[in-house]
Design a protein around this ligand. Structure first.
Ligand code: ZN
Length: 323
């Protein structure tokens, strides 16, 4: 289909990044530039069938919009959280969207008549950061998203490793503190039980006892540490040390040129990156120290990454993109 167009100038892909609360959607050109963006609520409480209906409606609406504007939609890319079987195009399991074995790729292809690629939200976010964002120009990139959990994507020459079972990159479940708090996965001391954005707030509240007024966010802990509050500084240093342990393990495994930190905790910027660089350097023996940088694409990374998957699926790739 669409074989009448050989210039590539007006070809676009339909991209959706489906999260627990919202969907980020776009029409994206072959050079990775979004020419139109939309956001829609996921409203996962309606149940998976309704969410699937919204995904297909939004995707179809975007394809129609592209045609109305004189572009040719050539493929669809959809990113979802949880466990994703990218080869079969199936959203295997996702707690926050309620998906269980949803053949989303085939559903979208049937509805829109376009080739569709399904991807994992963090892996496609890493893909976008590696090819279009903070990791651009580095052949070997580890993208680490630190939010309510911690997950990573290992991207080599513009391709994210999926793993034999679709579960590559679960760096949040590296054990860093055997005596530490129990993780949601059931084991004690996983990196995300110690150093995720939610873990930082919990740890601060725990050490402060009854002396905090309500919940304290990771950003507030970072602010208070920077302002010289001893308790916050202690908690922040614990987080930095745990993250450095996790990243040092990542570097031992992958030997990347650049580590890109994304997610809510990375918004602390240099308050996180500066001490983390020092702590990571202390852990390097014969391994080469990676460049450690903040993500550049913000919360659009997942949507742009979904677009890249779609472009890859139909063999459309900007020759400049990875230079
Ligand atoms: Zn765990």
């Amino acid at each position: 289909m669409n074989d009448g167009d050989t210039t590539g100038t007006d070809r676009v892909v339909v991209a959706l990044d489906v999260g627990g609360t919202g969907m980020k959607c776009a029409l994206v050109r072959a050079d990775g530039v979004a020419i139109h963006t939309e956001r829609h609520p996921t409203d996962a409480a309606r149940g998976p069938a309704a969410v699937i209906g919204t995904i297909l409606d939004v995707a179809e609406g975007l394809a129609d919009k592209a045609r109305t504007d004189g572009s040719t939609p050539v493929a669809v890319g959809i990113a979802v959280p949880g466990v994703v079987d990218e080869a079969r195009g199936v959203a295997v399991w996702s707690a926050n969207v309620g998906f269980r074995d949803v053949p989303l790729r085939d559903l979208a292809t049937a509805r829109l008549g376009l080739p569709t690629a399904l991807g994992h939200d963090v892996r496609v976010g890493g893909l976008a950061e590696a090819r279009l964002g903070a990791g651009r120009g580095a052949g070997h990139v580890l993208f680490v998203a630190i939010g309510t959990g911690i997950a990573a994507a290992h991207v080599v020459d513009g391709v994210a490793a999926i793993g034999a079972h679709g579960a590559a990159g679960e760096i949040g479940h590296i054990m860093v503190r055997p005596d530490g708090p129990r993780c949601g996965c059931g084991r004690p001391g996983c990196l995300e039980a110690v150093a995720s954005a939610s873990a930082v707030g919990r740890r601060y509240a725990e050490l402060a006892g009854g002396s905090t007024d309500g919940a304290v966010t990771a950003a507030q802990v970072a602010d208070r540490a920077a302002a010289g509050e001893p308790l916050a500084a202690r908690v922040w240093q614990e987080v930095v040390e745990a993250l450095a342990d996790g990243l040092a393990t990542g570097q031992a495994l992958f030997d990347v040129a650049t580590i890109v930190l994304g997610g809510g905790l990375a918004q602390a910027g240099d308050r996180l990156l500066d001490p983390l660089r020092v702590a990571l350097r202390e852990r390097m023996t014969f391994h080469r120290e990676p460049r450690l940088v903040a993500a550049a694409l913000g919360d659009e990374a997942g949507c742009l990454g979904a677009a890249l998957l779609a472009l890859d699926a139909v063999g459309v790739r900007d020759p400049q993109e990875r230079r």
